[in-house]
Design a protein around this ligand. Structure first.
Ligand code: KG4
Ligand code: ZN
Length: 342
């Protein structure tokens, strides 16, 4: 089964052809990071307009690189939520047109389910390597959810952020420290030369909840930067790179510690047989290492390039959906900006 997956929920335009939910025949990601970098965050209207320009060329390239044309596909799938409404509309419209033109089955995919099924790509198989139930930590720029996956397509939301998403916290901390966008990779890179113990941040609460909260940590980073004269930026006093590295490392350690602790609490409470990491923040090396070191069960995570948004994860989730629910043509599909999983 060969599926074209299209993803335009946020700021990357992505298209990929996936076979049987596991093999990537082609994968194209057109980043908009440069467009949004100067604003320090995503500007929704600019994102939609960029998708409008790039979505068909990205799909065309994905088909070319897979060696298939539309007639060689078994279905077209597209992210229909959650995400930015204007961005989602572009992808859904384009995908409907492509599917209609070749009279192919067509279905909408939940972006968060895409992040989950990224772990099945490239010979990954969390079911084989760990088993259900899996505790899934899906952490991205818009979401930080703990989802209990009880089987294919069966989810229960057991924890979520009450304020910022983890990726958002990375992006905001990076902005305060004068680093680029997106902030996660930048913070990770400068932290390598920093000493987190020199700039410790309070560990988040240990209350009996599986929810996250990152706004306190975000504020603490801003206050620390202000007290050191690093923020707001000033021309007279450039930031000391070592101080930036130390604060970045302290922030990253505190955030990772919180995410690992919550995830392991969920494993214990629900008898999780494995931990599945997904979403852009799952590309973080410290998070991957700490989770693997401390979890009493196997930890599965796609390679970093498959943690951030891509079309292959949408194609993979669609294949597993089609296997369970059969082919259909969802011509009346709408976008659902606030769609949840579980
Ligand atoms: O899943 P994703 O590509 O898009 C959304 O669905 O939001 O996640 C993007 C987020 C950004 O906030 C980015 O800063 C963060 O993932 N991110 C990282 C890393 N790579 C990307 N955060 C921490 N460490 C990383 N290496
Ligand atoms: Zn995402």
């Amino acid at each position: 089964m060969k599926v074209l997956g299209i993803e335009t929920s946020c700021d990357d335009t992505a298209a990929a052809v996936v076979e049987d939910g596991r093999r990537i025949l082609s994968s194209v990601v057109v980043s908009q990071a440069e467009t949004h970098a100067r604003y320090g965050g995503i500007v929704p209207e600019l994102a939609s307009r960029q998708h409008m320009v790039t979505v068909i060329p990205a799909a065309r390239q994905a088909l070319d690189e897979s060696g298939l044309d539309l007639d060689g596909l078994d279905a077209v799938a597209v992210t229909h939520g959650p995400g930015l409404a204007g961005s989602l509309l572009i992808g859904v419209g384009a995908a409907k047109g492509l599917a209609l033109s070749a009279d192919l089955p067509f279905l909408g995919v939940n972006h968060l389910e895409g992040h989950v099924y990224a772990a099945w790509l490239e010979d990954g198989d969390p079911e084989r390597d760990a088993g259900f139930p899996l505790v899934c930590l899906i952490a991205s720029g818009g979401h930080t959810d703990l989802i209990l996956m009880k089987g294919h397509g069966r989810y229960e939301l057991v924890g979520r952020t009450r304020d910022d998403a983890a990726g958002e916290a990375f992006d905001k901390a990076a902005r305060v420290l004068g680093l680029g966008f997106p902030g996660g990779p930048e913070i990770q890179a400068v932290s390598a030369g920093g000493d987190g113990s020199a700039e410790r941040f309070p560990r988040a609460d240990v209350r009996d909840s599986l929810d996250f909260s990152f706004s306190g940590l975000k504020t603490a980073v801003r206050r620390r930067a202000e007290s050191k004269g690093m923020y707001p930026p000033s021309d007279e006093r450039p930031r000391d790179p070592q101080e930036v590295a130390d604060v970045a490392a302290g922030f990253q350690e505190a955030l990772v510690e919180f995410m690992v602790r919550r995830t392991l609490q969920a494993v214990e409470r629900y008898g999780g047989r494995g931990v599945l990491l997904g979403g852009g923040v799952a590309a973080n090396t410290l998070l991957r290492e700490e989770m693997s070191r401390r979890a009493p069960v196997p930890v599965v995570a796609p390679r970093p390039a498959l943690c951030t948004d891509n079309g292959a994860m949408i194609g993979a989730a669609a294949c597993f959906d089609l296997l369970r629910n059969g082919a259909r043509r969802e011509w009346d599909l709408d976008v659902l900006p606030s769609l949840r999983l579980g």
